[in-house]
Ligand binder design. Structure first.
Ligand code: ADP
Ligand code: MG
Length: 470
């Protein structure tokens, strides 16, 4: 968009149209000042212009999504793998250890759940090589509470309008349709159906502070359209109202729950003693958890690192050599910091050259990773202690920046050098041993200014975007 990016008058006009279009389309968030109210809302941050995404990499990301669904689902059923892989981590990371204890506890009791639903989002950046070619590199896969599928179902329309206002009608017609909200709802509806109780509801497990409620409402409303009842509850409600009957059916104040869709539960801060008890109750129940605790563990950074070790994918997915090759082709360099010579060596390399790496703890939600000088300092401090085992190291991906405007309420309109992260939503349903649904469910492009190393949309760093395939 070289020609328009520098045309201040055209940009101002287009930005005004864009903001109103976003409000009209429902690209909304509650405000930081009134996070509990829906009578004061604003638009969710988004780019003025769609960002260029190499078509081949976009297609590659879609093509590998069913493989990732299969992989995550397979790992979630492999106790030995989870146990071995997380053994060193749970010695030092309390949160992962706690989740792991619940996992072992429900296995010992025997699973009541027979229908499984996975909704994940595999995130990628486009690594810019020395020879000027770009490669698709997975950042992580989110197996719990992967968000923005709802709002992003509405951003392509906004960008289509913006391009027209800027005189780019032809380009506007090339923007792809995208409706993750529908795809995610389809998965939830299928799981609800296989659970097999007309009376039972779908329960969205939500945060105390629900700024991103409209994103969830998009999925919720798709379920109502299918005549499936949805309730929104917090962990505290589960503690107060939840119970299991003799066959471990889950009831909330007498109402049976078929599916529990977690949009909460991935950070340690939400769990007090009562909420841990609530989590255990849900996991013990027959209800379809999205995700079950095993699948949440399958999404840890430690598991991601273990998958990159030679031979691991082959062992997990025997008889799927093509899936293994497609998955491996997206991996960046990932390194264990477990105690031992190998960990010592990579720690020393990262201390000497921190800008080549990202240091990641077992946390989700943005803002937890360490970069540059900070990475060096922390690694210096923990390099000889078992604490380093709670982290992994990853090669830093370096995308080619592009100019764009990040539209954010109450912020000045200014051009930024930006990089993007592409997410592909995956959804699958398994009944017993059989995958009855396995598909990609749409995409999410998030873009941020290059001065921020870390952070997503909810963290206030990245904004919603639409891919323009080139
Ligand atoms: P979280 O679970 O907190 O979302 P991520 O692994 O997705 O953790 O990292 C958060 C953000 O940090 C990403 O959205 C991305 O912007 C940045 N990031 C993570 N890993 C890398 C990497 N290897 N190279 C460059 N940036 C990265
Ligand atoms: Mg992330």
């Amino acid at each position: 968009w070289q020609d328009v990016v520098r045309d201040a008058a055209a940009v101002r006009e287009a930005a005004a149209v864009a903001v109103d279009a976003a409000l009209l389309a429902g690209v909304l968030m509650r405000t930081g000042e009134q996070p509990h109210a829906s009578d004061v809302v604003n638009y969710a941050p988004f780019t003025l212009l769609p960002s260029a995404v190499p078509r081949a990499l976009f297609e590659q990301a879609y093509a590998v999504q069913q493989d990732f669904n299969l992989l995550v689902d397979t790992i979630s059923q492999n106790k030995e793998f989870l146990e071995q892989t997380l053994a060193s981590t749970i010695k030092v990371d309390d949160f992962t250890a706690r989740l792991f204890r619940i996992y072992m506890q429900v296995l010992e009791e025997g699973l009541a759940q027979t229908v499984f639903l996975g909704i994940n989002r595999s995130d990628y950046m486009f690594d810019h090589g020395l020879d000027s070619t770009a490669a698709l590199r997975q950042i992580e896969i989110n197996t719990i509470a992967a968000s923005f599928g709802g709002l992003t179902s509405r951003t392509a329309d906004v960008h289509r309008l913006v391009l027209k206002v800027l005189g780019k009608t032809e380009e506007a017609s090339h923007l792809l349709p995208n409706n993750p909200a529908k795809g995610l709802a389809l998965g939830i509806a299928k799981a609800w159906e296989f659970y097999g109780s007309q009376r039972a509801v779908v329960m969205f497990l939500v945060e105390d502070v629900q700024r991103n409620i409209f994103d969830q409402r998009c999925v919720e409303n798709e379920l109502w359209n299918r005549n499936i009842r949805v309730v929104r509850k917090r962990f505290r409600d589960v503690f107060e109202q939840g119970s299991l009957d003799a066959s471990r059916r889950l009831y909330m104040d007498g109402q049976e729950v078929a599916v529990v869709y977690y949009r909460e539960g991935y950070v340690p801060q939400v769990y007090d003693q009562q909420n841990w008890e609530a989590r255990l109750l849900l996991e013990r129940s027959r209800a379809v958890k999205c995700p079950d605790i095993a699948t949440q563990l399958a999404g840890t950074k430690k598991v991601q690192q273990a998958l990159s070790q030679p031979g691991t994918l082959e062992k997990l997915l025997p008889g799927h050599p093509e899936a293994v090759a497609r998955i491996r082709a997206t991996f960046a360099g990932l390194y264990s910091l477990d105690e031992g010579e190998e960990g010592d060596r990579i720690a020393a390399t990262a201390i000497a050259d921190p800008d080549r790496f990202v240091l990641k703890p077992q946390r989700e939600g943005g803002g937890n990773n360490l970069y540059g000088e900070e990475l060096r300092e922390v690694l210096e401090k923990i390099k000889d202690s078992p604490e380093r085992t709670s982290y992994i190291l990853m090669d830093k991906i370096k995308p080619q920046p592009a100019l764009n405007y990040l539209l954010r309420a109450h912020s000045p309109l200014q051009v930024s050098e930006c990089i993007s992260e592409l997410g592909i939503f995956g959804v699958y349903v398994r009944q017993g041993q059989e995958l009855v649904l396995n598909q990609a469910a749409g995409h999410l492009l998030r873009t941020k200014a290059i001065e921020h190393a870390d952070g997503g949309v909810a963290a206030g760093v990245a904004v919603l975007d639409t891919p323009y395939l080139v």
